[in-house]
Design a protein around this ligand. Sequence first.
Ligand code: ATP
Ligand code: MG
Length: 363
Amino acid sequence: MYISSLSLANFRNYTSEKIEFSPYTNVIYGDNAQGKTNILEAVYIFSQGRSHRAKSDKELIKFGEDFSRLSLDFHDSERDYTAAMQLMKNGRKNIKINHVQITKLSKLMNYLNVVMFSPEDLELVKGSPSARRKFIDSSVSQLYPRYLTSLIDYHKALGQKNSLLKVLRAKGAKSDMMLSVWNEQLAAEGEKIIKYRTDFVKLINNFSAAIQNEISGEKLQISYMPGMRASGDDKDSIYEYLEKNQRREIDLASAQVGVQRDDLHITINGSEAKIYGSQGQQRTSALSMKIAQADYIHHIKSEYPILLLDDIMSELDINRRMYLSQKIRDKQVLITSTDTDLIESTDNTKLFKIKNGSVVREE
Ligand code: ATP
Ligand code: MG
């Protein structure tokens, strides 16, 4: 899959710009704070429906303007797509693909597949469990809209349950019928979420182990660490386990167990990477996991996602840079950098110099 052109109007520091991409490597370079990441962000929004970094869509609209318009042409092995998006100051967002309005985020997700890799992702191994859950969720929901629906429904029910737990603690209650109703919903969605996550982790483990072995000869292993110790993965066992925790959860006035506590257990040569891994080993593992994420999408969909590499080259040593360069040679990549020397150029590489929200040079 590849993107051919992106148009931006009143997006971040861009007033009006149209960029035509190479189907291979695209290097977006320039000084700090000129608008390089803004371009990757614009592409990412078409895949995930929201920015990878903004808290609200309003941040994306150019200062002093009322709306922002973006459009993106992309292609997979079956057909061509034109996606258009309008972001309004009042928070409304309008997305169309091939002129058809997209009403649900879960309907947008499986058109354009991207993998974004930025320096924060190098924390994937040693950072918090939420970063690893985000890694799982963004990979799986791009391919399975039903997973995203379950995740949204789960979190809605969890929010309701947490509000109820606060009320119950204030009342000094020991149990509650309504709590069981939420637990039933959480168990039903939880069962589906666990199934998708289990399948994902098996594949990502295989792919990342092969990549890690190629980069460093180390044995990387990733396994699924569930956020609860239910006797089984079926909804009845999960429900039973959630119910068993009622007292404790009321006492603490918040949900303590469930898939919202899931994590990945990552080992290198048998030792836990978060605790025993060296800085370099942790970064190599994170790199392996992110490349594996792209391999996973390719495996399931038979389309390689677009890679958005934000300032990543300067964070990698020469060996890892070479590995990555060789891996991406025949794929479409958008790479931002302040320094073009770190990026291998081929005949198919296009370079864009960005200055103050404009492409000032293209070669
Ligand atoms: P770095 O090399 O430091 O990562 P960058 O080129 O990737 O820089 P971006 O993050 O793409 O920089 O863009 C940052 C610029 O965009 C800043 O100058 C910022 O002030 C500007 N900017 C961000 N949001 C808006 C907005 N809503 N309206 C206008 N300008 C904005
Ligand atoms: Mg940047």
